[in-house]
Design a binder for this molecule. Structure first.
Ligand code: EPU
Length: 419
């Protein structure tokens, strides 16, 4: 087990350059299976979720070369075989092998995906879409066998705009016979990134980024070059950090539109932000106004920034109300924040009240999941004294070079192996 140890209270200044989006890259890498040529992807983040996916691709026979953030994938020797439980359950994004292998071979056999323990996270919408495209789904002891004689374009309406179901539907329908119309699709930028990537291979997808996506099936997809978009959740996390502890902290290589919902809330709290084309500069201020906020699908406020934002809400003058509408178990950070000195009341599975401002003190805490880990990290950086964050493998799954990026702007932070 790894630990992050932080001596808090330092003012952070300088520049943090944002990496490629984890939640895009984790779809682009498995989606390479659909191409008959060689796929080249740039701006891949160096995070452990990507390692888990390349391990699975290599298990299936892919040849992968990686140089910094550049990855080349050659799937010409790939064999479609069962993905064992230990690989399937390593992360949530393994479920993109479902759509990709089904789309390419009309057959896939793998287990229920893993991922952060933040709620039930069913995959019923993905399976519904596969069935509407003509696939037969058999589930036994968490193992899914999904096959189709042929996939045929269909009219699919998702019960909720699920990111996973939207991307999986793109993957499974891109080579289907005929046209697929996907309604109530997720509008997240990661969906657009995947659609652009598939179009670069020769797919005919339009409407990605809106709630209705049209996919005209094609018989062949070629090699391509694509880039991963900047990570809006990493950008948001460091922007929140700037509001907590920054002195002209620059967050660069971002698409500011992608974090508009966060920026508007920071403005409401009274935090001035200087914007340039692809970066922003942010400093902490002495008094912050409390806010009410609710998580929603894009372009609403992202659930993945809810936990990091909670740390900032502990520093507002008065009562903030936060409603989490996407997941039913995404408040595991609250108990640890309270141990550090916060005054947060959990009303139910979806609502917390945060009373501030409260001084935070260094403690030994746990990163219960990726974004809870980010929340604890931000708290540790402003706390008085030393904080030890256990289970920080969760954080390393999603934030590239986090120790180096934070040290470079003045944080006192190190990564250790727990004894
Ligand atoms: N849902 C269903 N049925 C489904 C699919 C989803 O009920 O078939 C529900 C889920 O239980 C959840 C909600 O719909 O309550 C949203 O799920 P969605 O499918 O949109 O999420 P996901 O694809 O599992 C991705 C990200 C998450 C991020 C969500 C929402 C990846 C690998 N994961 O998950 O990222 O929270 O979209 O934006 O892309 C993270 O990075 O920390 C993270 C958890």
């Amino acid at each position: 087990m790894k630990q992050i140890i932080i001596n808090g209270g330092k003012t952070l200044t300088g520049e943090i350059k944002i990496s490629g989006a984890k939640n895009s890259a984790v779809a682009l890498v498995p989606a390479s299976i659909l191409s008959d040529g060689i796929v080249k992807i740039d701006n891949i983040p160096d995070v452990s979720d990507i390692d888990a996916l390349t391990e699975t691709l290599e298990f299936l026979g892919s040849k992968i070369t990686r140089q910094g953030s550049f990855m080349e994938i050659d799937n010409s020797s790939l064999i479609n075989k069962e993905i064992p439980k230990e690989l399937s359950s390593k992360l949530r994004a393994s479920y993109y092998f479902m759509g990709a292998l089904l789309g390419k071979f009309n057959f896939v056999e793998m287990y229920f995906p893993g991922g952060c323990s933040i709620g039930a996270r069913p995959i019923d919408q993905t399976l519904k879409a596969f069935k509407l495209l003509g696939a037969d789904v058999v589930e036994k002891d968490n193992k899914y066998t999904i096959q189709a004689k042929k996939l045929v374009g269909s009219h699919i309406y998702l019960d909720m705009p699920s990111v996973g179901a939207t991307i999986n539907t793109l993957l499974a329908s891109v080579k289907a016979e005929g046209t697929t119309i996907l309604e109530n699709a997720a509008k997240e930028p990661e969906v657009v990134n995947v659609a652009t990537y598939l179009n670069n291979m020769g797919a005919k997808i339009s409407g990605a980024g809106t709630s209705e996506i049209k996919i005209i099936g094609v018989s062949k997809l070629d090699g391509c070059f694509s880039e991963v978009i900047p990570d809006r959740i990493e950008a948001g996390t460091y922007t929140i950090l700037g509001a907590l502890a920054g002195r002209e902290l620059k967050v660069s290589n971002i698409i500011t539109d992608h974090i508009e919902s966060l920026l508007s809330k920071l403005k409401e709290m009274g935090i001035p932000i200087i914007m340039t084309d692809d970066s922003l500069i942010i400093s902490s201020v002495s008094t912050l106004k409390p806010i009410e906020i609710k998580t929603l699908g894009y372009p609403g406020f992202p659930t993945d920034l809810q936990q990091p934002l909670t740390t900032l809400l502990t520093q507002c003058n008065g009562l903030s109300v936060l409603e989490e509408t996407i997941y039913e178990s995404r408040f595991k950070n609250v108990a640890y924040l309270n141990e550090m000195g916060a005054d947060i009341k959990q009303v139910n599975d979806h609502v917390i009240y945060i009373n501030g401002p409260t001084k935070l003190k260094g403690k030994e805490v746990v990163a219960t999941d990726l974004r809870a880990g980010a929340c604890m990290l931000l708290a540790a950086l402003i706390a008085e004294g030393t904080t030890i964050i256990n289970n920080c493998e969760h954080i390393l799954r999603g934030y590239e070079n986090i120790i180096e990026k934070l040290s470079n702007v003045g944080a006192d932070i190190k990564l250790c192996e727990e004894e």
